[in-house]
Design a protein around this ligand. Structure first.
Ligand code: GTP
Ligand code: MG
Length: 487
């Protein structure tokens, strides 16, 4: 039976130069033995078994490769509220000699706006965790003597590079007001409400619609569709999420030849609100994909000095660990010859429907340059496991593509620039390079399963038998990864 669901790639010579049938695990198949870390319970080497001549990344003996094991917050939902505008003031010049001076009420201050910026140095969204609500301050009311109210303070939300920002909902006080005229509000001089209402001059005064609508229009021009920002690079200029609302206009704006002393001004517009979801996507070179207990964390332990949590129960890993593997000690210092491996929590069937730890995992593999499927050879049907993993990835991807609005992403690079509408081109899962890490090859009865798996996967994709527990074969797996990444 052909394993049609698995994407096949043409053979890659670089990859093929690496022997992936780790001989020590299945010695009768290949006579050569390569063992970088002999373990106590491993089979002893026989005298006719020569060590592999192939270069090894020698990771186990390498004291300098780094492995960071930091759980981090990677998904946050927060509510934003921009500042309301301050009210316009109703005031008249009065002094010893002028008892009936001109109107001089100041305008209300504009409310504070909310921006977002991706910066280098931030690594987690956890700082935003406790806040839940982020509010910019309101503008203050206008005062007499034509003094305008103070502007509300802006807020810039700083997030790590790699954060995706998605709007869940927004409330625009102008567009979404229940009563279309509700936002057109006046404020009246003390005790003059009744007088104003009875005065035809007041009733014929036009509400300064354009002034009060400007922030609403700015928001709609900035984010005509739902906010969907992919901050995969540092943001030079903070990106506007919610504008501060305009302050009310003071009474001098309503002076006319027939109305010398307006006893009214406009109220400031209420603030805007928006709920957004922030998601930090792991930017790893290799994403480990596997069912719970397959040995993903064990593999990372095997290639690193530090310890990822390993457990004999499902979902030992609850949030991603990123391991950095230095390929070569000398060249590693310039930061180029190293690559990162993300150990993510185990997948389960129907993870794309958010089962198990669900979508949480899948988000992280999306951005990996290559995928390493970690398969437990002691499972009843490793071939079926691999097939299921692929199915999950692809169903997740289909769901994601459906979620994107037909207009596509509005990608922003700065507030002064026009939003560019374009559909984000994500690399499809099937287009990613991939390999299979066939783990637990030390266990009995895995040999046949390994060969069956290898046969089903076919040419062009490497299936590397390893024992993460005994740290055997892991260097071959890293060799294949290096070849896939071209490092
Ligand atoms: N025999 C054998 N057992 C292994 C091997 N690798 C891992 N294990 C065991 O399998 C269990 C699961 O290992 P983990 O590394 O925690 O698996 P995981 O894929 O990270 O699991 P989750 O984090 O739950 O998704 C542990 O009890 C390991 O000791 C191996 O090569 N051989
Ligand atoms: Mg784990």
């Amino acid at each position: 039976m052909a394993l049609l669901i698995l994407p096949r790639r043409p053979p890659r010579p670089a990859v093929h130069s690496i022997p992936t049938l780790t001989p020590f695990l299945y010695p009768s198949f290949v006579r050569r033995i390569h063992r970088s870390t002999p373990s106590a319970d491993a089979e002893p080497l026989s005298s006719d078994e020569a060590p592999s001549p192939l270069p090894s990344p020698a990771l186990e003996s390498h004291p300098h490769h780094i492995f960071t094991n930091s759980p981090f917050a990677d998904l946050r939902t927060i509510s934003l509220a921009s500042g309301a505008g301050g009210n316009g003031c109703i005031s008249f010049l009065r002094d010893k000699f002028i008892s009936d001076g001109p109107a001089n009420g100041g305008d209300g201050g504009t409310g504070g706006s909310i921006y977002i910026q991706a910066i280098v140095g931030e690594t987690s969204l956890h700082k935003l965790g406790r806040q839940g609500v982020i509010k910019a301050s309101d503008g203050s009311h206008g005062k007499g003597s034509s003094s305008g109210g103070k502007r509300g303070e802006d807020v810039v939300i700083q997030v790590p590079v790699g954060t995706v920002v998605r709007e869940i909902n927004r409330y625009d006080p102008i567009v979404d007001a229940e009563d279309p005229l509700e936002w057109q509000k006046w404020t009246h001089y003390p005790d003059s409400l009744a007088k104003n209402l009875a005065d035809p001059k007041f009733r014929t005064v036009k509400f300064p619609v354009n002034h009060h609508r400007n922030a609403s229009e700015l928001l709609r021009a900035t984010h005509p569709y739902k906010v969907d920002l992919d901050l995969s690079e540092p943001t030079q200029k903070p990106i506007l999420l919610l504008p501060g609302s305009p302050g009310g206009l003071g009474n001098p704006h309503f002076v006319s030849t027939s109305l010398r002393h307006p006893l009214f001004a406009t109220k400031g517009t209420k603030g805007f609100r928006m709920t957004i979801q922030l998601e930090l996507k792991v930017l790893a070179d290799i994403g480990l994909v596997g069912f719970p207990n397959a040995g993903k964390s064990s593999f990372l332990r095997a290639v690193s000095a530090r310890k990822a949590r390993v457990g004999d129960w499902a979902f030992t890993t609850l949030s991603p660990n990123i391991g950095t593997v230095m390929v070569d000690e000398r060249r590693g210092e310039d930061g180029k010859e190293r690559f990162t491996i993300a150990d993510i929590p185990g997948l389960v069937e129907d993870a794309h429907l958010d089962k198990g730890l669900g979508l949480g995992f899948l988000r992280h593999v999306e951005r990996a340059r290559a995928l390493a499927f970690v398969i437990d050879l002691s499972s009843p049907d490793p071939v079926e496991d691999l097939r299921k993993l692929w199915r999950e990835l692809e169903e997740y991807e289909t769901d994601q593509l459906e979620e994107i609005a037909p207009e596509g992403h509005v990608r922003w690079t700065g507030i002064s620039q026009e939003p560019v509408k374009k559909r984000e081109k994500k690399e499809r899962m099937r287009d990613k390079k991939w390999l299979v890490i066939a783990n637990k090859a030390d266990l009995e009865g895995t040999r046949e399963k390994f060969f069956k798996l290898k046969k089903e996967v076919g040419e062009g994709v490497e299936v590397v038998p390893i024992s993460a527990l005994r740290k055997e074969g892991v260097e071959n797996a890293l060799g294949v990864m290096k070849a896939l990444l071209g490092v």
